[in-house]
Design a protein around this ligand. Sequence first.
Ligand SMILES: C[S@@+](CC[C@H](N)C(=O)[O-])C[C@H]1O[C@@H](n2cnc3c(N)ncnc32)[C@H](O)[C@@H]1O
Ligand SMILES: [Zn+2]
Length: 334
Amino acid sequence: MKRKLLDYLRCPSCAGPIVWASVTSTEGPEIIEGRLVCDACARSFPIVRGIPRFASPEKGEADKAATAENFGWQWQHFVQSDALYADQFLGWIAPVRPEFFQGKVVLEGGCGKGRHTQLAASWGARDVIGVDLSDAVETAFAATRKLENAHVVQADIYHLPFARTFDYAFSVGVLHHLPDPQAGFRSLASKVKAGGHLSAWVYGSENNEWIMRFVDPLREKFSSRIDRRLLLHLSKAPTVLLYLATKLIYGPLNGSNGSSRLARHLFYNDYLSAISQFGWREQHTIVFDHLVAPTSHYIRQDDFEEWWRAIEAKDLTIGWHNKNSWRGFGQIKE
Ligand SMILES: C[S@@+](CC[C@H](N)C(=O)[O-])C[C@H]1O[C@@H](n2cnc3c(N)ncnc32)[C@H](O)[C@@H]1O
Ligand SMILES: [Zn+2]
């Protein structure tokens, strides 16, 4: 944890100021072991392996704990990086472009292995803080510790340990895994300054009926409950099919000159052509990610729009991404 992160922290229980209680080990600019304390209510929070810990997943409600445990394992296994992440990220947060990050104080809700925290920092954010409930923070910290404007915090998106200080907050692929997605969205929005901006990307209900009907029962009753090493191996079977389909059919039929007429009639073409450039490992991550989640909600467009109306967001842009998910970008009211 870098010292300047303290400026952004507030007690998640009482919003009181956070101060140092002790620093027992440092490495260069990072405080590796120590303790923070709330000046108002005296609740204290350990810094362990360089990360301030405001929540421990195993102490939360059972559904949140199971989600954090499975994703924690996933992001400590699939630690790879990919040159395609930047474009993929920009697709999820459009119309935001890299220049938008310049000089902004940014919050990421559910940072996983930290790939987007890393990109936001490299695109010139003043400071970017990636928050995750799970042990994925260990991977995110390792991936970002060399960037002086990147920070990682272990906390629950429902109880964020910050004041309302962010110029921009975003959350990609997280809210639909929460027991109450809209409450997570509201919590994230509550940390953005008046006039600041917010992005969210969630699974859509439209066009995903086949997943809800055939994949979800399998995910809920089986794949999210079995040993993760076993799932790692079993998930290679559907990945083989996905890999062959994207490399032999969807990729070639959606070449650099645009999609052929035939491609436009293929099942799930927009999404499968979008991931066709990824190699085996990334496609395996995608399949594993879908099967490991204990909770997944598929959000309808009108419900997603209602989230934004409820926070009275201005200049809202909602987009149907790859015809299977919703992305939103809006301004927080003054
Ligand atoms: C599918 S991953 C997406 C990670 C990252 N946004 C990305 O796109 O690479 C979902 C992440 O949400 C995190 N998460 C789940 N519930 C959470 C909660 N209550 N608070 C904070 N993070 C949570 C998980 O630990 C996991 O890392
Ligand atoms: Zn407090």
